[in-house]
Design a binder for this molecule. Structure first.
Ligand SMILES: [Zn+2]
Length: 164
């Protein structure tokens, strides 16, 4: 039998703060109620499963929990001057604003900007790692969608590299 199957979980939520940058400008700090979905494409493994819904949802919930009620800091920003000190992060914007945040309130993300696109990409990497640990190699792709608000969504799809 050919074709592939998709398994999708959705409606996992978290609330977090960020300052995305655009050009040389940094947005004022603000927050969103985010919603996340993950879709796994693959062939059926033993017992006619692609991936266990419960497991996929639990992976997504754990990841959203890491971000929930935190300030999401783009540590690879090309614009912000970021310094990690004992117990705190200092963030300077090009306009001269300085944020000093307790480390416990910050989730440091190795991305250049906290856009919904980059968050989706970061999450798809983590979901891929997590399902990859459990699953056999029936999984072909992982897509993560991030809603920054109602009707405003970015997605990232990560595919298995062809093996030769
Ligand atoms: Zn925002």
């Amino acid at each position: 039998m050919s074709g592939s199957f998709q398994v999708r979980v959705e409606g996992v939520q978290f609330a977090a703060a960020h300052c995305a940058t655009i050009g040389e400008t940094c947005e004022p700090m603000h927050g969103h109620s985010y919603e996340v979905a993950a879709e796994v494409d693959g062939a059926l493994a033993e017992n006619s499963w692609v991936v266990d819904f419960v497991e996929l949802k639990s992976i997504l919930r754990k990841l959203c929990h890491e971000l929930d009620h935190r300030f999401m800091l783009q540590t690879e920003s090309r614009i912000l001057k970021i310094e990690s000190r004992e117990g705190e992060w200092e963030v300077r914007t090009p306009a001269g604003a300085v944020y000093v945040l307790p480390a416990s309130d910050v989730v440091a993300l190795p991305i250049d900007n906290t856009t919904a696109e980059r968050l989706a990409q970061w999450l798809s990497g983590r979901v891929w790692q997590a399902v990859g640990k459990k699953a056999v190699n029936n999984i072909k792709a992982v897509t993560v969608e991030v809603w920054e608000g109602p009707g405003q969504r970015a997605a990232h799809r990560r595919e298995r590299l062809p093996v030769d």
